[in-house]
Design a protein around this ligand. Structure first.
Ligand SMILES: *[C@@H]1O[C@H](CO)[C@@H](O)[C@H](O)[C@H]1NC(C)=O
Ligand SMILES: *[C@@H]1O[C@H](CO)[C@@H](O)[C@H](O)[C@H]1NC(C)=O
Ligand SMILES: [Zn+2]
Length: 901
């Protein structure tokens, strides 16, 4: 054999037959990962295990609780009548639980105590979100609390808190979010207490908090005011942002808690989820934040995240919760509580605070891996060094490689001779060419997918065509990603296959080391991949019989693990991000986001694609380019005619029907939170159908006005600061002649007043109590400009004249709230400038569709108030028919105004 291209020396398998041989790995590895990802336990019905006679988590009972809350009671938005019903029902449950518990104790004399509370309280807190400063004020909200302990003072000294929320957000019945977790907690209580002889060494506090969706007021109330709050050492928070799949651990804030999580029967948590969530890109938050901020405790934050299309939607119903979800979350939660309440050390060890975890963890094929950052660093460093060593032994040649590659590779070391390298030489220069090919390949992959994203969204106007199926974006962006990678290789071809393989191993192991050095545990993904590439490469000569050739067995070995980990990353990331594009706002380039995800994770999943491409030389590469060119255009054509939304993957439409009591005007405000095409056209149709501006019939098409969305747009303050991501339109309405506003009538007027008002011209300040009176209205918001020197919302208002937003949430029937403030009067304190212009808005407690649908049958409903629901019924029906169920509309009756106080 001579230095002619090594192709002839190969086993003789062409590209297609090679792929066929590799097919078991290429298809099998993702299949294994997918199976693992979608595995859920069998749902259990029996409360008692018929074999062991011990109590067990019953999914049937959990779902029964969820169904009662979400369907029998309904939409439990804080401040509504239904919300109060949820509170009452929950209290009855724990009273009943205590009764049974006490009976059991009386019978058995066990070391056990069950205590219950209905906590009620008011307060305020600063709650910054999405980059905006915001304050919350709450009145008489409630929590239901249960403590299970061994009855001793020592047993109660250290407790683990487990939390779920009873309330649901604006129009959603909240079956998964979060009634499911309420059921899980009740079920854990039953199983623990009914287990014969069970007694907790450390207490467990069950918090059924009744105001999470109003921005975590319930957990704030518990953390700042409940008598047992100071005993809490750790928190387990149970949430949902979807209805299917395994419950995901997405925040774990200490070593001890990760250790606790490792005890669960079916772990599903990775440091990657933790890193993604803590980056803030998901734009959501849980009660966990309050426990961290006000109790300063560590914990675990877990949620059901699959099928996130239904998150905060009408269809968050029990019928849409996948069988096995409740069982999975229930058994995992129980295991954590059993461990923390029985282990003598863990909870007490957290008394003096906790340390941020420096732990890498992930679940892989049913195993839970857990090791420290320093171990990870050593591993990654060792791998990188080993990769460099291997690369050095392989690529130290500097003369033509004549047969028996093994021998001459070493001989050539340090003997530069001016020979121009050919593709058969194992020289350092070839390795550099390989690295260039690898880097270009990765970039080409990203570019290829993003070009198609731009074509779809900007050129064809068919953005978000993949929305209705989380994985479908793989079909649209996968082929152009491959095409981009292939085209990039034309620039460098021919390159040695082995050089590309080796350089990818080097680059990945280098990045694994660097990323880990930055303290980002997600580096483990790169580590696992480069480790398997390295090992396969190391033993490759054993299969190929040569150092220069790569055996197909090596491909199979090297590629298996990256395919598994890549698939395990791809599935949850797409499941989270694809539905998320429906609520990220119109300004987010959703197509580019998803195409980048597809391309980047695919590149990670199939690192050996590039060396494989160079295995067969340039003519095969050219053929592959043509093939993938076609393969990219076909899905593009198919996706261009797809509708992004359907009945189970709906567009979010926000509708406010607002009466401005200052001007007497009525408007329909419409907005959406995605950038899919067609919204403007829909708004025009709605305007034509339901709007009635003064210029009627003249040019009905021009009626809806696009609105500038900023901090000064008070129309959308009920949704502030999420509202900043909306794309709103405004349509004027005319009211029936017989309409008289209930919101301006004496005694029930929505108003803002200043009490205890004192202007001090000598200091240029004014102190006052700003009181909001809001009968029949909930979730009121005020926004005003002022230079606040002092107030009761927090200790450090910004020291400047600026805009403030204060939101309220109160228990049903509470119709007034206030804040105390001292402001600096602008313009050097002239008395005539002391007034503050306050924008205010609130939601009609009886004007929320579909939550209040049943009220239409209520004979006692005030006809002025009922007019909102009547219109929503018609509008909702119209939207349903017009879009064939492709839209979930949130329809809220609002009352707003502006007053100088
Ligand atoms: C919270 O606990 C940590 C120790 O884990 C401590 O360093 C920190 O000062 C505490 N913060 C507050 C606000 O108490
Ligand atoms: C109500 O009308 C007043 C006066 O035009 C305006 O300043 C205010 O922004 C309006 N409020 C809302 C919420 O539309
Ligand atoms: Zn929730």
């Amino acid at each position: 054999m001579t230095s002619t291209v090594t192709r002839q020396t190969r086993s003789g398998w062409g590209p297609l037959s090679s792929l066929l041989l590799l097919a078991p790995v290429l298809l099998g590895a993702p299949w294994i990962a997918h199976r693992q990802h979608s595995s859920l336990p069998e749902p259990i019905v029996d409360l008692i295990n018929p074999v062991t006679k011990l109590p067990q988590i019953s999914e049937a009972r959990i779902l029964g609780v969820s169904k009662h809350l979400s369907e029998d009671i309904g939409f439990r938005t804080p401040g509504t009548y239904e919300h109060a019903l949820g509170d009452k029902w929950m209290y009855e449950q724990v009273v009943d639980f205590k009764k049974k518990c006490d009976e059991m104790i009386a019978e058995s004399g066990r070391k056990l105590e069950c205590e219950i509370w209905r906590q009620e309280g008011s307060g305020s807190h600063r709650f910054d979100m999405m980059g905006s400063r915001l304050y919350k004020n709450y009145v008489d909200l409630s929590n239901i609390v249960v403590r299970v302990s061994d009855g001793t003072a020592e047993g109660k000294e250290h407790a683990v808190l487990v939390n779920s929320h009873l309330d649901s957000t604006l129009p959603t019945p909240g079956a998964a979010d979060d009634a499911l977790a309420v059921g899980i907690m009740l079920e854990c209580m039953r199983v623990l207490v009914e287990t014969p002889g069970w007694s907790p060494r450390h207490a467990i506090v069950f918090l059924f908090n009744n105001a999470e969706e109003s921005l975590q007021d319930g957990s704030h109330l518990f953390s700042t005011q409940h008598p047992v709050a100071p005993t809490i050492r750790a928190v387990v928070n149970l949430e949902a942002a979807g209805t299917t799949g395994r419950e995901l651990l997405f925040q774990a804030t200490s070593e001890q808690m990760i250790e606790a999580y490792s005890r669960v029967p079916r772990p599903f948590g990775t440091i990657i989820a933790n890193d993604v969530f803590s980056s803030g890109i998901i734009m959501s938050d849980t009660d966990f934040r309050q426990f961290q901020q006000y109790l300063n405790v560590t914990g675990l934050d877990m949620a059901v995240v699959g099928n996130s299309y239904l998150y905060h939607m009408r269809k968050d119903l029990v019928e849409n919760i996948q069988p096995g979800v409740a069982q999975h979350m229930g058994e995992n939660t129980l295991a954590i509580l059993q461990y923390l309440s029985s282990d003598p050390e863990v909870l007490p060890s957290l008394t003096g605070g906790y340390t941020k975890p420096t732990t890498v963890y992930y679940s892989l094929l049913g195993f839970f891996f857990l090791y420290s950052f320093s171990t990870a660093l050593k591993l990654h460093a060792a791998l990188f060094v080993a990769s460099v060593a291997l690369a050095t032994t392989l690529f130290s040649g500097s003369q033509p490689n004549i047969g028996g590659a093994g021998k001459d590779a070493k001989k050539g070391k340090g003997k530069p001779n001016g020979i121009v390298s050919t593709s058969s030489e194992l020289t350092a220069k070839e390795l550099v060419r390989g690295a260039v090919a690898a880097i270009l390949g990765f970039m080409g992959c990203l570019v290829g997918a993003n070009v198609v994203a731009v074509i779809m969204a900007k050129v064809l106007g068919k953005g978000m065509s993949w929305f209705s199926n989380e994985y479908s974006a793989l079909l649209l962006y996968g082929p152009p990603a491959v095409l981009g990678a292939l085209i990039s290789q034309l620039l460098v071809s021919p390159v040695q296959e082995l050089a590309v393989y080796t350089s990818i191993t080097l680059i990945q192991s280098f990045l694994a080391l660097v990323v880990q050095l930055l303290g980002i545990g997600s580096a483990s993904l790169l580590f696992l991949s480069s480790a398997s590439l390295f090992i396969a490469l190391l033993i490759n000569p054993g299969f190929s019989g040569s150092k220069i050739e790569i055996s197909l067995v090596t491909y199979a070995l090297g590629q298996s693990l990256p395919l598994i980990t890549g698939t395990m990353a791809m599935l949850p990331v797409l499941e989270v991000f694809v539905p998320l594009t429906g609520r990220m706002g119109a300004d987010v380039p959703a197509d580019n986001l998803i195409s980048t995800i597809v391309a980047a994770i695919s590149a990670l999943a199939v690192p050996l694609f590039l060396p494989f491409v160079h295995r067969f030389g340039r003519s095969t590469l050219v053929k592959a380019v043509i093939l993938f060119g076609i393969a990219s255009v076909v899905p593009l054509a198919i996706f261009a005619v797809r509708e992004p939304f359907d009945e189970m993957h709906q567009k979010r439409l926000f509708v406010l029907r607002t009466e401005n009591i200052t001007t007497g005007e009525h408007h329909l405000h419409l907005s959406t939170s995605d950038g899919a095409p067609g919204f403007q056209a829909l708004v025009h149709e709605i305007a034509k159908e339901f709007g009635s501006g003064p210029e009627e019939s003249e040019n009905p098409e021009a009626l809806p006005e696009p609105i500038v969305m900023d901090r000064y747009n008070s129309d959308w303050d009920p949704m502030f600061p999420f509202s900043l991501f909306l794309t709103p339109y405004k349509v004027p309405l005319t009211m029936d002649i017989g309409y008289t506003s209930p919101w301006t009538a004496p005694g029930t007027k929505f108003s803002i007043t200043a009490e205890e008002d004192l202007v001090d011209l000598s200091t240029g300040t004014r102190s006052l109590k700003l009181r909001v009176y809001h009968p029949g209205l909930i979730w009121t918001v005020i926004a005003f400009d002022a230079h606040v020197l002092k107030w009761n919302l927090d200790d450090n208002p910004p020291n400047e004249y600026t805009r403030h937003h204060v939101k309220e949430a109160s228990f049903y029937g509470k119709d007034t709230w206030s804040i105390d403030l001292v402001v600096k009067i602008p313009n050097s304190g002239r008395a005539e400038d002391a007034g503050i212009l306050v924008n205010f808005i609130g939601l009609q407690e009886q004007g929320m569709w579909p939550g209040k649908r049943a009220l239409l049958e209520d004979k006692g409903l005030d006809k002025n108030i009922g007019s909102t629901l009547l219109m929503f019924r018609d509008l909702d029906r119209w939207i349903e028919e017009r879009t064939e169920g492709g839209i979930d509309a949130m329809l809220l009756g609002c009352v707003a105004g502006v007053e100088r106080v």
